[in-house]
Write a protein that binds this ligand. Structure first.
Ligand SMILES: Cc1cc2nc3c(=O)[nH]c(=O)nc-3n(C[C@H](O)[C@H](O)[C@H](O)COP(=O)(O)OP(=O)(O)OC[C@H]3O[C@@H](n4cnc5c(N)ncnc54)[C@H](O)[C@@H]3O)c2cc1C
Length: 427
């Protein structure tokens, strides 16, 4: 098969990339190993989009991400945007949503944009010659097919395709660990009048007591309320693994369910409002925060986020703090940004070194471990995905045949196109 743009990985970053590229006129094939789109946002049941604004309330995310929320609202499946205090005591803004309905919203978006979805399909091989991705082999239910893309966008989270293509990746620094994975679980019914009446200090004390007794794997009682029900999705388990290691990932699924079951028993026993609840569902898979980060034309650092550095090729903004979940110990390493602090992500962080016709979006872009701890959230992943899709379509339009190079996309024109689409790019 030939296609202008091949997007591998249908998480929120990949779906936004595919939709943006198709809306800009490119032919787009979107490959996803599961039977639905969304990645961590649906299969991982993360259930809340965080950080739409600075602490002072200045909006930093719009564009396709905002359209996703409008469409969820139209289905009655998003709760109003609000600011809340987490059980760890940190202040945050969010939109809670129903993960099952997000699957429908993403279906609608790709169908309307004319993206060709390839579900139940995994990447099984890549041919890369002279720094160009020539072919990507896919294992589908009908057998193997070979796709020849003009531009590849790797949004597989683990950046599996570029890994197979031999692209360079960034190592962890001395003393850093990959952020742990988490098995989300749905618990209910919850008497939210009583649960929400708990003060942040009371919630924090309950979380710490659960961790001290060994019933909770981390000192947190994070819950996102599922809009249709009196259930919440809980983010409590903690699994220190490298999720690109097949054996470790398999063990983590089993251990994640064990931790979730034990945490549900603690909720029922100790947390006001949860006495009548039961564990209702596990996420389809453990949610994975971090695996491979590609080495790109620019490596985004925490220092640049904190400054913040002004990038001439800034293609998305963010305000989420540096939020590191350590593998050991129950607490977070959390560095809040200033009151009206926002930062930018440069286009060059989406371009893998040494490959001319590929881009990356989502949690695998070129950033240090600490910078990724901020920019990994779904709002920013969607904004970066939109930028990658737009850039890929622009590269195809400007294509000089075999010379196509995503580096030739004019950042000024890319930024202007994103702004015209309603996205916020800063600067
Ligand atoms: C437990 C947890 C809690 C979080 N909490 C929040 C939160 O509260 N708010 C927030 O905004 N963000 C949160 N995040 C972060 C956020 O969910 C992720 O960083 C974000 O969803 C990443 O999106 P992505 O599209 O880059 O990757 P993923 O969601 O990982 O998507 C990758 C997609 O590629 C597919 N794929 C992978 N490999 C292949 C392959 N070889 N072939 C075909 N398909 C493949 C996967 O099935 C998946 O659909 C959390 C993350 C986790 C894990």
């Amino acid at each position: 098969m030939d296609t202008d743009v091949l997007v591998c990985g249908g998480g929120v970053a990949g779906t936004m990339a595919a939709v943006a590229a198709a809306r800009a006129g490119a032919s787009v094939l979107l490959v996803e190993r599961y039977g639905f789109l969304g990645g961590n946002a649906t299969g991982g049941a993360v259930a809340q989009f965080n950080s739409w604004q600075t602490s002072a309330g200045r909006r930093v995310i719009a564009g396709l991400a905002a359209e996703v929320v409008q469409r969820l609202e139209a289905y009655g499946a998003a709760r109003p945007h609000d600011v809340f205090v987490m059980s760890t005591g940190h202040r945050m803004d969010r939109v809670e949503y129903a993960p099952e309905v997000l699957k429908l919203v993403l279906d609608d978006l790709v169908t309307e944009a004319g993206v060709q979805p390839m579900l139940h399909t995994s990447v099984c091989g890549v041919d890369c010659e002279g720094g160009r991705v020539r072919a990507v082999r896919l294992l589908t239910k009908s057998g193997e097919i070979e796709v020849h893309p003009r531009v590849l966008i790797d949004t597989s989270g683990d950046i599996d395709v570029l890994h197979r293509a031999g692209a360079p990746f960034l190592p962890l620094e001395q003393g850093d660990d990959l952020q742990p994975a988490t098995m989300m679980f749905r618990f209910g019914p919850i008497d939210f009048a009583r649960f929400d009446a708990l003060t942040p200090a009371e919630l924090q004390a309950l979380a710490r007591a659960g961790y001290a007794s060994g019933e909770l794997a981390r000192a947190a009682l994070h819950a996102s309320r599922n809009p249709f029900s009196s259930d919440g999705w809980f983010n409590i388990s903690r699994l220190g693994i490298d999720a690109t290691d097949a054996s470790a990932l398999s063990r983590a699924e089993i251990e994640g369910r064990r931790q979730a079951w034990q945490a549900a028993a603690y909720l029922q026993r100790a947390v006001p409002g949860c006495e009548n609840g039961r564990l209702q569902a596990f996420a389809t898979q453990v949610g994975v925060r971090e695996t491979r980060r590609v080495e790109g034309e620019h490596i985004l650092t925490a220092e640049e986020l904190i400054l913040p550095e002004n990038f001439a090729d800034g293609i998305a903004c963010g305000a989420y703090p540096i939020d590191i979940h350590p593998v050991a110990g129950g607490e977070l390493i959390y560095s809040s940004m200033g009151d009206d602090h926002a930062y930018q992500i440069p286009y060059r962080s989406l371009i893998p070194k040494g490959i001319s016709n590929a881009l990356v979006a989502g949690r695998g872009i070129s950033a240090t471990h600490a910078a990724l701890a901020a920019i990994r959230v779904m709002t920013i992943s969607m904004a970066v995905g939109q930028a990658a899709g737009t850039a890929a379509a622009m590269a195809c339009q400007a294509d000089g045949g075999a010379e196509l190079d995503v580096r030739q996309v004019d950042p000024v024109a890319l930024r202007a196109s994103l702004v015209a689409q309603g996205a916020l790019v800063g600067g």
